[in-house]
Ligand binder design. Structure first.
Ligand SMILES: [Zn+2]
Length: 77
């Protein structure tokens, strides 16, 4: 499921994690040559990525967001 980026934070290892609108986080590592995201290293680069979408696998897997989502739709099957 595509989710827009609403913010960024670093995890305990110092890796950047994009905060998605659904409440999930997704690593956006800059580890060339495997992960080439030089933009994540700069504040300007991260700001430019706000509002762009990332594919959220956790949403696809039906994983509930880590934080409060009081609106229960009852469709957990
Ligand atoms: Zn998600």
């Amino acid at each position: 499921m595509w989710q827009p980026i609403v913010g960024f934070h670093r995890d305990e290892h110092g890796d950047w994690v994009a905060d998605l609108a659904c409440g999930h986080g997704q690593h956006v590592r800059h580890r060339p040559p495997w992960f080439n995201r030089p933009w994540v290293e700069t504040e300007q680069g991260r700001r430019d990525m706000l509002g762009t979408t990332l594919w959220c696998k956790r949403c696809e897997d039906g994983e509930p967001p880590p934080e409060k989502t009081p609106i229960a739709t009852g469709s957990s099957a």
